[in-house]
Design a protein around this ligand. Structure first.
Ligand code: ATP
Length: 317
């Protein structure tokens, strides 16, 4: 029975701009996505039957067919029935460290790890672009989770152009454990409130997305200028989420006043807020300051850092 242990990193959005809506119900986006060290551990193991089984240590994560890791395995089984018959089904065990429904792509990175794990278990030899393409059929963030690093993502998030990697920028993450923000709600509300500002502008969307608005932060990334990157963080969804969730606004404002914080922003559709900090020591100090300001045990705080890769194979048996 073969088995692979994989590391599945979370992501943050350094930049998220909503360019327009699309006929398929998604939005045309311009994002800069960044892998971070905070990661789930995923084990994929062959089964002697053709079943797919999911185990997870986190009570909020479903282990049935709605789990994105399950759906990734089901996709592989449907695409490669001969490999399923030859090598058997898979048991997936998720050790969740990434907060759930947090805007950190926890489910997407699990799905990406399962695609890569099954490719190895079934000796398929798929290329990264092939795995990214498969992932895109399950969720917009999955291609990025396969690729990892620092990337400009356009389309609905699935078209990737790599940027030079940003390594070792320290980050503090803050999230209220019991607070969840629905991604669908955030985009729908944005569209209702601000859609009239972009709906008619359908010209040359992808080019505009990649070139115009994100230009300043892209330049800062090319120059590896952490201070400038931190100043140019942007997320359109803050306009709706901060207005509706005072706790997220509070974290955002508190981070901004901490000594050592270079810049702060909500990740994805929230509710996680992150701060870029110059050094590990400063990040630990910011974490302590945040804890002292909000002693509520519901608040989760993490010190992590940017990394240059996506899914990694840690070991195999
Ligand atoms: P994104 O940043 O891609 O929008 P997210 O970090 O906001 O994602 P997830 O942690 O992926 O959100 O969870 C969203 C929902 O998906 C949760 O409510 C959870 O029940 C469900 N879910 C399904 N599979 C998983 C999984 N493997 N890990 C976490 N959540 C999962």
């Amino acid at each position: 029975m073969r088995s692979y242990n994989l590391i599945a990193p979370a992501k943050i959005n350094l930049y998220l701009e909503i360019i327009s809506d699309r006929p398929d119900g998604y939005h045309e986006l311009a994002m800069i996505l960044q892998s971070i060290e905070l990661a789930d551990k995923i084990n994929v193991q062959s089964l002697s039957t053709d079943r797919i089984r999911v185990n997870c240590n986190h009570p909020q994560v479903p282990t049935d067919k709605s789990n994105l890791a399950y759906r990734a395995a089901a996709l592989m089984a449907a695409k490669f029935p001969e490999a399923l018959a030859q090598y058997g089904g898979v048991e997936i065990t998720i050790n969740k460290q990434i907060p759930v429904a947090a805007g950190l792509a926890g489910g997407s990175t699990n799905a990406a790890a399962v695609l890569i794990g099954i490719d190895l278990l079934w000796k398929l030899g798929l290329t990264k672009p092939e795995l990214e393409e498969l992932g895109a059929t399950l969720g917009s963030d999955i291609p990025f989770c396969v690729a990892g690093g620092t990337v400009i993502a356009t389309g609905r998030g699935e078209k990737l152009s790599p940027l030079p990697s940003l390594d070792h920028i320290y980050i503090v993450l803050a999230k209220y454990r019991s607070l969840e923000v629905s991604t669908a709600w955030a985009y729908k509300t944005y569209r209702q409130e601000f859609g009239n500002t972009y709906l008619k502008d359908t010209e040359n969307l992808a080019a505009r997305a990649a070139a115009v608005h994100s230009e300043v932060i892209v330049k800062a990334i090319l120059n590896k200028d952490t201070r400038e990157i931190a100043q140019k963080l942007h997320n359109d969804l803050e306009r709706v989420v901060l207005a509706a969730y005072p706790q997220v606004l509070q974290l955002r404002e508190l981070f901004a006043t901490q000594p050592g914080v270079l810049g702060t922003m909500m990740s994805g559709s929230g509710p996680t807020v992150f701060a870029l900090v110059e050094s590990e020591a400063q990040a630990q100090a910011v974490k302590l300051q945040m804890r002292a300001a909000i002693p509520d045990e519901d608040l989760e705080l993490f010190v992590t850092r940017t990394i240059t890769h996506g899914i990694q194979v840690a070991s195999s048996i």
